[in-house]
Design a binder for this molecule. Structure first.
Ligand code: ADP
Length: 745
């Protein structure tokens, strides 16, 4: 009981913490020494409501409320509040209140202690602030950030991380097993992280991560350690930077670079680059393959070894000049191929300049022009050959645009026309040289060209200033390369020599045929005379004998009868001779067969082409399509056509003021006959003579026989046909036609 005698106040004073007691209603009735020391307030001053002055006004309402609650439930309780120290500074205290009860359990006092927790509290606050700052910083970083413990466990992340991955915090914590990283990249990511955790060094990994939309994207993960002052790692910060677009761009770039490289290497040309001083730097694969050398064997100046020694000085001079000019340039030289063969190349180069215009690089391409070179050489040779050939053949080429009258001549035509080579050629100049009598042919040739006829041909003469005459043969063919254009390519042949020899030949032939005709006529006359003379002499003799016998006395009747019989016999013999003579002109055995008149006429024209050309006849054929066959003897009809053509050419012999044109035409006349017409532009005939022409021995030509048309008519009529002559109503000339029955009609 000694203890009870001890003053509780002394006990409380001895405590190193603030302590007090209060009555059950809360009125403070004791404060210990520590209180007084701390607050600088005594009990008297602190009694009643005065102690509240020591409590921070910010904390007082909470404190009073809390005290009420503790009093109401009668259980011990606590609260933190700031108390003002004697010097005015506030410090945090942990205030604990406990009831003191008597033996009946009635609360007789409240006892309280105040523990100074200010330092602790401030430290905690600082820590909280720090954590808050960290979170704020992390949230502010505009890329997904993850914070891990020093050993790598995920502790937190910013909102961006959650949004980017679309995963819960738990899933992100277990990132290794949630396919957040692409399976192919997972091992690398783990290894890199573990290496960094072990070494404490930052790490930098590129791996594919699955975004919220399920798409894997390339992400650059960079881990930085956060260290305390002593250097110990407190946290790891992991920044995830989406580099998909960059990666894609890189890949595209790499792809296009690869593509470019492949292209450059595969281009079938030798491609190179050189430094500003002209030394070689880059060569594409094709280049190296062509030379069969490695890069080091062509670099710098080594490439010159592949250049033909004859061409090297020229090439180097050109290259030096190009470099000095700093402008694009080109040169040609032969380069040796891997197999030792030299081929011609065109070296082309262009400088790459910087902003100041200085050459930073030369780019070049060598193009294989060997085939072209050879072709050029070949062309030169064949051109020379052609020129020589043309000179020999006295032939030249020309081109003529009938729309614009542009004319190009080969050298040889200049020689033929005796114009200064290279001077411009015009139609007017050509017309100047043409023989005035042949102007019609030239005009017609031009006219046909203007109409666009596919093939034109004519022969005409040139009258040279010194009155010499040249004969030309012109052939032109319309070029079909450019439809719609009337362009012609053609040849001009100087046929003067041929013409004069032909004319000599013609003269000789004409003389010969005349001789032959006269001779055969003579022979014919002799045989007629012989054949007819004999029976005539017999008739005369027999008639006189008969007369004598009848005049005798008595008359010898029997003898007279006999001689009269002989007279009749000889008369019959003479008639026979005449009949046989007629048979000579009309071939007896006629074979009727199906004959295509067009074909037949074409054959004859081909056969007579030389004669017709010499007579400068321009042929035109107008054969009807699908013409029925004529029923006649082909050989005989050929003779008729030949005769008509020959007459036509003869009739135009003196015509020089117009084209000597002959048109051969076939047509169906009615359902039963077909007709062939030969029309010429010759001198024609008097319409009154239209029938006389067919009389035997009618001729107006000094060397004519006058039997051609007579025989022709007898041939046609013997085959149930008709042959007649007309005068055209529209122009000069004559028209000879025959019609024959359709075969089988
Ligand atoms: P030749 O030709 O020997 O004179 P032809 O019987 O063939 O004998 O011709 C008789 C005559 O008919 C010719 O001399 C000529 O007067 C005239 N003649 C024939 N063909 C034509 C023609 N195409 N144009 C003008 N007259 C012609």
């Amino acid at each position: 009981m000694m203890g009870l005698a001890l003053d509780p106040g002394l006990v409380l004073d001895a405590l190193s913490v603030i302590a007090w007691t209060a009555l059950p209603d809360g009125r403070v009735d004791f404060v210990n020494r520590k209180w007084s020391e701390y607050t600088g307030l005594g009990l008297s001053a602190s009694s009643g409501l005065q102690w509240q002055d020591a409590v921070s006004p910010d904390d007082l309402p909470d404190l009073l409320e809390r005290r009420c609650a503790i009093h109401a439930c009668g259980e011990p309780g606590g609260i933190a509040a700031r108390l003002r120290r004697f010097d005015g500074q506030h410090r945090w205290f942990d205030i604990q209140i406990s009831p003191i009860r008597d033996a009946e359990g009635q609360i007789v006092r409240w006892c309280g202690t105040c523990n100074d927790i200010d330092d602790l509290r401030r430290a905690q606050e600082a820590l909280d602030r720090q954590a808050l700052d960290l979170q704020l910083i992390v949230e502010c970083i505009p890329v997904p950030v993850t914070v891990t413990s020093p050993t790598g466990e995920v502790e937190g992340q910013n909102q961006l991380t959650l949004d980017y991955f679309g995963r819960s915090r738990e899933e992100l914590k277990a990132w290794r097993s949630h396919e957040i990283v692409h399976p192919d990249d997972l091992d690398t990511a783990i290894a890199a992280q573990e290496a960094s955790l072990a070494s404490g060094k930052t790490y930098n990994v590129e791996s594919r991560h699955r975004r919220a939309d399920g798409v894997y994207r390339w992400v650059n993960v960079r881990g930085f350690p956060l260290r305390d002052r002593a250097g110990a790692i407190l946290r790891w910060f992991l920044l995830c930077i989406d580099i998909e677009d960059r990666k894609r761009a890189e890949m595209t770039l790499a792809e296009s670079e690869r593509h470019l490289n492949e292209t450059i290497n595969a281009l079938p040309a030798l491609i190179w680059s050189a430094r500003p001083d002209g030394t070689g730097e880059f060569y594409n694969q094709y280049y190296l393959d062509y030379l069969g050398r490695t890069l080091s064997q062509v670099k710098d100046h080594e490439w010159t070894k592949a250049v033909h020694s004859d061409d090297l000085p020229g090439l180097m001079a050109a290259w030096t000049a190009i470099m000095a000019s700093r402008m694009p340039g080109a040169a040609e030289a032969r380069m040796q191929r891997y197999d030792g063969q030299y081929r011609w190349f065109l070296f082309r180069t262009s400088p790459l300049r910087d902003q100041d215009g200085n050459v930073v690089k030369w780019y070049g391409i060598n193009i294989d022009i060997d085939d072209r070179k050879r072709a050029e050489e070949e062309l030169r040779r064949s051109e020379a050959f052609l020129a020589e050939g043309q000179a020999l053949a006295r032939m030249g080429n020309f081109s003529w645009d009938a729309d614009t009258d542009e004319i190009a001549w080969s050298e040889q035509i200049y020689h033929i026309f005796e114009f200064e080579p290279g001077t411009p050629v015009t139609l007017a100049r050509i017309a100047e040289r043409a023989h005035p009598e042949d102007m019609g042919f030239v005009a017609q040739f031009i006219e046909q060209g203007r109409r666009g006829e596919s093939d034109i041909e004519c022969q005409h003469r040139l009258l040279m200033p010194d009155q010499r005459i040249k004969h030309l043969h012109l052939i032109a063919h319309r070029v079909t390369e450019r439809p719609g254009r009337k362009e012609y390519g053609g040849t001009t042949l100087d046929i003067s020599q041929r013409r004069s020899s032909e004319e000599a030949l013609d003269r000789a032939r004409a003389e010969l045929s005349h001789v032959a005709r006269v001779m055969s006529l003579g022979a014919l006359t002799a045989s007629i005379a012989h054949e007819v003379n004999q029976p005539l002499a017999g008739i005369v003799t027999n008639a006189s004998t008969c007369l004598r016998m009848l005049a005798a006395v008595p008359p010898n009747i029997e003898g007279a009868q006999e001689t009269a019989r002989r007279t009749i016999r000889d008369g019959n013999r003479a008639a026979d001779v005449i009949t046989r003579l007629r048979a000579l002109f009309t071939r007896r055995s006629v074979t009727i067969e199906p004959v295509d008149l067009g074909h037949t006429a074409r054959d004859i024209i081909a056969l007579m082409q030389g004669d017709l050309d010499r007579a400068r006849v321009v042929m035109r054929m107008e054969f009807a399509d699908g013409l029925p066959f004529a029923g006649c003897d082909r050989v005989q009809v050929q003779q008729v056509i030949m005769n008509l053509l020959r007459n036509a050419a003869d009739a135009m012999r003196t015509v020089d003021d117009r084209p000597r044109r002959v048109t051969v035409k076939t047509e169906a006349e009615s359902g039963e006959t077909v007709r062939l017409t030969v029309r010429d532009s010759g001198m024609g005939f008097d319409p009154q003579d239209a029938e006389r022409l067919f009389d035997a021995f009618y001729t107006t030509r000094h060397d004519g026989m006058g039997i051609g048309l007579a025989i022709s008519r007898s041939i046609i009529e013997s085959q149930s046909g008709r042959l007649w002559a007309e005068i055209p109503t529209d122009g000069p000339g004559a028209i000879f036609s025959f019609s024959l029955p359709i075969y089988g009609a």
